[in-house]
Write a protein that binds this ligand. Sequence first.
Ligand code: GMT
Length: 382
Amino acid sequence: MNIAILLHSGAGGSGVVATELGLCFAQAGHDVHFVADRVPFRLTELSHPNVFFHQVGSMSYPLFDTPLTTLAEASKLAEVVEEYSIDVIHAHYAIPHAAAAILARDMTRCSRPPVVVTTLHGTDVTLVGLDRAYLRTTQYSIEHSNVVTAVSQYLADYTRNEMDVEREILVIPNAVDHQRFKPGAFPELRLRYAHPDEKILIHISNFRPVKQVEDVIRVFAKVSKEMGARLLMIGDGPDRPKAVELVAELGISGRVAFLGSFPRIEDILAISDLFLLPSIKESFGLVALEAMSSGVPVIASRTGGIPEVVLDGETGFLCKERDTEAMAKAALKILGDPELHWRFSAAARARAVNEFSESKITPLYAAAYELALERALVASGR
Ligand code: GMT
């Protein structure tokens, strides 16, 4: 199959899922064409012979306040479709990629146009898509894709209920490369961030308001009052300055390290003892899955699709959103009891491997592609 993948190139779950999935398809022998404004964050190697990258250009013109990127994306995609005989366009994140994909599908001059598979990731529906500014386009894009998938049952139900779309939405969870994200001891790396008797708590995100990074700091401040601990903050985004300020305000500067954003997080996860994810919205929580695969238990909010990933009382603890007191208590419970920590860590790893490994999830996307092609064939009457 020739597959074109449209994705956000920056650090974010949807781009990571799109990139890793594309690489799995490439390894299976398909040609995979990534189409984006720049090389995607997790696409650290372009050396695979079946992997191609096509950059979306943009033209600025005094009449346009901002570049018309969605139109530029559709044009680039149409070129790629025609030049490489693309069978499937996989749009990750409804806005604007599904709209651009549909436009490209409908304007390509091919005897057999490609099909569009759209994957909904979360905020494309729960925040951006529901905004009146984008609502009708998002509804249209969902309704006119050949197949639509969502990363959790929660998101599929939410989309149908809140977006008022009636179509079928397949649930395909996020996947993890469990051979890459695995438990491991890196004593030197650990010593770089913590003393041997200290615990390492970690948070990774794009520091957007939904992630509640200030709650991460509040939970850690409570934990570190009771035991020797360090907090590693990985990522960057709009709420980073607020988090840095709060750290100073709470007098814990020496124990919190802001390490910035980087694509290879597996080693840093492997040396961590606990992952914190106090989001107020989260359709799945890919990074929680990567932590679990690394054998790291998770303390998270009981919200959105997180309960489909983190099992409360088995692979971590789920608490009411914004309840930093409960989250700190749960963290202390796990970190203060080595036997419990070991049990949660083993259960987290087992769940990640058994339920969410790439070898289990990639065939579900392959089946979605086949379904889209079959539907298009039936509709064309061939
Ligand atoms: O969570 C983010 O900030 C990034 C965002 C994205 O779209 O790039 O992630 C969303 O997609 C991920 C991959 O499917 C999911 O695991 C995340 O839960 C989801 N984020 C939210 O719903 C807030």
